[in-house]
Ligand binder design. Structure first.
Ligand code: XMP
Length: 514
């Protein structure tokens, strides 16, 4: 069965991925596409999905500037209905002969839109709507054949439509929660305008993903890199259902795992009937990381070493394919879209060496967000403990040690991290948290113990709330819990002199420190 889909053409907007999520929440498949796709790309997409419409995202550029990102005019004939949001709205205006200008200082934040006609995407809205805006340019003249549907005090054409051609534009952001009835606008577009069937569910994705694995690997053998996290575990179970005994799971203990983790993974995987090879490679990784302080270089080296080990294991078992648990946000942040900035190289994506001895890499979860992976995991019958497990980066504690990774630092961090986990789990706070862990600084600090001077490491505690890791808020942990954490860490780990709590949201910080 083919799913109905409404993809998003990405013009580099901060909220492009949010549009994708909103569409999926309504049971319609979506993904982000680079804005410069051509007819061939569209045909390829139509081979996989019933493409029922298209959304043009916002973006940081100005359509008035020379060289501003655009899309092929042919798209408007190939894929309709179309909804342009913010930059997308202005781009439609420009491409169809309307006028866009920079008016005053723009609108940023809450604004009030007056809806002139409550039809099309605006059906069911009130006459006056609280909306969220973020723009400097405005459409000041609608193109011929387009009807103005809404305006604000500072934006004369905040929404327009060409009903016959089924093209819609909206200046505000229906995808952000600060827009009242934003979801209704998206719902109107998907169901009233595009006529979608809500037939996509993350769990229905599982059957399709298995089919994809089977097709990609053919009759050959594959290995999967297992980290013990939800992504690779789900990918492993999925791939084993698709390939049976033709799959071998490989767990490389690089020495950067948390306390007790290698044993836990070994135990858990004995229960799923999957062949598991454990490679103990602590010294090899530590040696390779000696003297390296740059976070991207650490990721690259670890990624490369991983692949070399997988190649060795694959050779021994005659496996031709490498299966990975890469998910959608990994790809977005590693620079999936041609116009969004690369934030950091997730080691299972951009950190791969350019030459590998595999015939192919298969990533069955590459289009899913984390919470969607959790749903797939549940549908596949993975135990609760796995489904709820906090995310842990592939390069492990190596990217939670700032500066050079040494045996001593690893020992200190592993203990501090175990204390953070123990206390937050015992306090009942862990359930509401996305991640909670310790980070080891590259600086030392003075303290006093008894009557003598102490000079030791600084440990930072990071605890965040999030639903998909794309944005996160630092958790408001009660002082009494923070106090217990700092007391235990400093008392139980003599090499630590000071504990600090990270109070930065994402953005502007990332969740991990490196
Ligand atoms: P950041 O630090 O970018 O992290 O806000 C977002 C989410 O991704 C996890 N993360 C990684 N996962 N390999 C992974 O498999 C990596 O290199 C990596 N770096 C970050 C991070 O723990 C968070 O959940």
């Amino acid at each position: 069965m083919k799913f109905d889909a409404v993809p998003v053409l990405d013009f580099g907007g901060q909220y492009s991925h949010l549009i994708v999520r909103r569409v999926r929440e309504f049971g319609v498949y979506s993904e982000m596409l680079p804005c410069d796709i051509d007819e061939e790309d569209i045909k390829a997409l139509e081979g996989k999905y019933n493409v029922k419409g298209l959304i043009l995202s916002g973006g940081p550029s100005s359509v008035i500037e020379a060289g501003a990102p655009s899309c092929a005019p042919a798209i408007f004939d190939l894929l309709r209905p179309i909804l342009g949001i913010c930059y997308g709205h202005q781009l439609i205006a420009k491409m169809f002969g309307g006028r866009v200008e920079t008016l005053g200082i723009g609108e940023f934040g809450i604004a009030y839109a007056t809806i002139r006609r409550r039809v099309g995407i605006l059906r069911g809205l009130k006459r006056r709507e609280r909306v969220w805006m973020s723009h400097r340019d405005s459409v000041v003249e609608a193109p011929k054949g387009f009807e103005v549907l809404a305006y604000t005090r500072d934006c004369p054409i905040a929404s327009f439509a060409h009903f016959k051609r089924r093209i819609f534009g909206i200046q505000w952001h229906p995808e952000v929660i600060h827009t009242d009835r934003g979801r209704l606008i998206i719902k109107n577009f998907l169901f009233r305008i595009c006529g979608c069937e809500p037939n996509w569910r993350p769990e229905s994705f599982a059957a399709k993903a298995m089919e994809h694995v089977r097709e990609a690997v053919g009759g050959k053998r594959a290995i999967i890199a297992l980290s013990g996290g939800i992504d690779s575990s789900t990918a492993a179970v999925l791939a084993s259902r698709a390939l049976g005994r033709r799959l071998t799971a490989v767990f490389v203990d690089h020495g950067f795992m948390r306390e007790g983790e290698p044993e836990e993974i070994r135990r858990a995987f004995e229960e799923f009937d999957i062949e598991l090879i454990v490679r103990e490679e602590r010294d090899r990784f530590l040696r390779r990381l000696k003297g390296i302080t740059d976070p991207e270089e650490k990721r690259r080296v670890i990624g490369e070493e991983f692949v070399r080990i997988f190649e060795e294991v694959a050779k021994e078992g005659d496996a031709k394919y490498l299966i990975q648990g890469t998910i959608y946000p990994d790809r977005i942040e590693s620079g999936l879209s041609r116009r969004s900035e690369k934030i950091k190289t997730h080691h299972n994506v951009g950190g791969l060496p350019s030459s590998m001895e595999f015939e192919g890499i298969v990533e069955p979860l590459k289009d899913l967000y984390k919470d969607e992976v959790r749903e797939v995991a549940k549908a596949l019958g993975l135990p609760e403990g796995f489904v709820r497990r906090q995310p842990f980066p592939g390069p492990g504690l190596a990217v939670r040690i700032i500066g050079e990774v040494t045996e001593e630092k690893l020992e200190v961090l592993r203990r501090a991290d175990a204390i953070v986990r123990e206390e937050l789990e015992a306090s009942g706070l862990a359930e509401g948290l996305w991640q909670y862990f310790a980070v080891l600084m590259d600086t030392k600090s003075t303290g006093v113990r008894g009557d003598s001077r102490a000079y030791g490491y600084v440990v930072a505690i990071r605890a965040v709330e999030s639903s998909d890791a794309m944005t996160a808020k630092f958790a408001r942990i009660p002082y009494r819990v923070l106090e217990k954490l700092s007391t235990r860490i400093v008392n139980e780990i003599p090499k630590v002199a000071r504990v600090v709590y990270d109070i930065t949201h994402k953005p502007p910080a990332t969740i991990e420190w490196e």
